[in-house]
Write a protein that binds this ligand. Structure first.
Ligand code: IPE
Ligand code: IPE
Ligand code: MG
Length: 225
């Protein structure tokens, strides 16, 4: 299927710490710059034809980081929602959260619930993975499928967080690491993958445009020939 246009792109936003380290700045600065990169990308959805952009913001394993860094990331999340929600509304962006986000701090849960409610009619989706782990997602979906007495691929997929999203076309990871780190394990089965050395704070909408151009040139076979 050459020349297909991607509908759903997911990004593992990695490299904030290394970006800061290279500049002899505290890690927190790297995360702050990382949020700016997110903001620019969300704005670019105005001119980039995509139905869904999914961003890995905090993994279920990221709790292992020092408390100070975790607090910092949660604070950035609060500030991002507060400052950017009006723009989501203005630009028709539907916010979706994937992962075990309901177990985050109550004030964040409340903010997110409010943001989800208010953006529910948006036509393009920004899915943010928060306290997300792909293996846990599959286990929960398998349990739900078993309870429904229908353990099939289709039923399992229908119980994933992503059930209402288009199939994942392209997965991008920044910062040079070539691993999935427990992200969208089921959904990646036939996704194209792109690993770039660019550190997340340096990732721009033009990098996304390049990745999409590259994607449209790839021949996806889905096991056929
Ligand atoms: C990604 O940057 C942000 C999160 C995981 C929240 P890192 O903080 O992992 O940056 P590196 O990998 O240490 O450079
Ligand atoms: C993956 O990055 C998680 C996010 C980008 C949110 P990590 O930096 O946590 O992944 P590892 O530890 O290098 O695998
Ligand atoms: Mg990292």
């Amino acid at each position: 299927m050459a020349d297909a246009r991607a509908r759903h792109v997911a990004i593992i936003m990695d490299g904030n710490g290394r970006w800061a380290k290279k500049r002899h700045l505290p890690r927190a600065m790297g995360h702050r710059k990382g949020v700016e990169a997110v903001r620019a990308l969300v704005r670019s959805l105005q001119s980039i034809e995509l139905e869904c952009l999914t961003l890995y913001a905090f993994s279920s394993e990221n709790w292992k980081r020092p408390e100070e860094e975790v607090d910092d990331l949660m604070d950035l999340m609060r500030r991002f929602i507060k400052s950017d929600l009006p723009e989501f509304l203005e630009h028709d962006v539907r916010l979706k959260i994937i992962g075990d986000w309901q177990s985050l701090e109550p004030d964040i849960v409340e903010m997110l619930e409010d943001a989800l409610r208010r953006t529910a009619d948006g036509t393009r989706t920004l899915a943010v993975a928060l306290n997300y782990g792909g293996q846990a997602e599959i286990v929960a979906a398998a349990r739900a499928a078993a309870e429904a007495g229908d353990i099939t691929e289709r039923s399992l997929a229908n119980h994933l967080y992503t059930a209402d999203l288009p199939p994942l076309d392209l997965l991008i990871r920044t910062s040079g690491e070539v691993r999935l780190s427990n992200f969208l394990l089921w959904q990646s089965a036939y996704a194209e993958m792109l690993f770039t050395d660019v550190l997340w704070p340096d990732f721009t909408p033009d990098h996304l445009r390049d990745a999409l151009d590259h994607f449209s040139g790839r021949e996806r076979r889905f096991g056929g020939r």
